[in-house]
Design a protein around this ligand. Sequence first.
Ligand SMILES: C[S@@+](CC[C@H](N)C(=O)[O-])C[C@H]1O[C@@H](n2cnc3c(N)ncnc32)[C@H](O)[C@@H]1O
Length: 361
Amino acid sequence: MTSATQRPAPAGAPAAPSSPGPFRTLLTALRSRQIRALMSLSRAFVAPVNRSAFLTGAASSGLLRELAAQPADLASLARRLGLEDEADRLRVWLDIGVKLGDLSCRQEKYALRSRHAKALADPGNDAVVGALEEVTRFHFTVLRDAPDMLRGRRRYSLGDQDGTVIARSSMIVKPFVEAAVDRVLTRQGQVRLLEIGCGSGLYVRHAARRNPQLTGVAVDLQPEVAALAARNLADWGLSERVETRAGDALKIGFDETFDLVTMHQNIYYFPVAERVEALRAVRSLVAPGGRLLITSSCQGGSASLEALNLWLTYADFGGPLPEENALVEQMAQAGFSEARSFRVVPGEQFIAFTGVNGRAS
Ligand SMILES: C[S@@+](CC[C@H](N)C(=O)[O-])C[C@H]1O[C@@H](n2cnc3c(N)ncnc32)[C@H](O)[C@@H]1O
């Protein structure tokens, strides 16, 4: 009702309460402890969570690479992402990217804006994209859902994890793993290598480049991961020297033993109670006098490493990250001689373990 249609209040009636103006409302809101807490939470958490979720999707969908090539309008982006029928809904998502500051939109063309968006678009940073994806898809959910999972007695299974994301994010520790390989692999001489849980095949490539006479077998439990390794090894011209196999390396039944067996970042795929038994089975694949090299993130690291440990603790396969001394002890119990650990870089809970198959299995 407009004021022109309002009738004056009858004489003697109580005065209508005056409504506060917008600025007064704002001042009252700012004095509210609840609103202040909400604003501080929003600054500290909501914006970073939204940005990491958006950037994860933007990187994994291919949007960042498209925009790194050149700015593009909605129609051509929709076409290049295979979303021609969904352009309107795509726009709503892209416009949030603009609001978050990761994209810009000028004259109807979207482009990369933030330093982070540009870095994630760089193909050389694929491991960083994988790590971001691992954090937003797996670490974030376990940190959020842990109490509910405990109440519902729920566990994660291998299918809850995307093996190809893990294979990419694992590459973040590439310099550390390569340094550990360099400590045990000679530059010359014939070496038969067995890599258990080869992921992308990156470390097999490193070993093969370090020693041009090296040949071997790369195995991964997850067929899609083994397929990724096979494609990569073919692209790197190594298919002749390294055979790729899918399956549980401890059950394949090889008709040979290997001079060097490597297990990078997968000892935690074996439950703690079964690690000695698994290591015994691994020892049966090592030639007499041959060596096992394990590299692994271990317990006691940063909060983000502990989030990985949490996920593994809530999974129905494998177990938590190893404790350094416990794993050395398990290797010795499995019959490896000279079982020892060494820190590849100071200050990081990333540790290499070696043992020799000094006796008959
Ligand atoms: C965290 S990923 C690491 C991949 C790669 N080693 C790297 O460091 O980038 C662990 C991999 O080990 C594989 N794996 C676990 N247990 C295995 C087993 N018994 N035999 C073969 N592969 C296994 C998993 O399928 C997974 O791809």
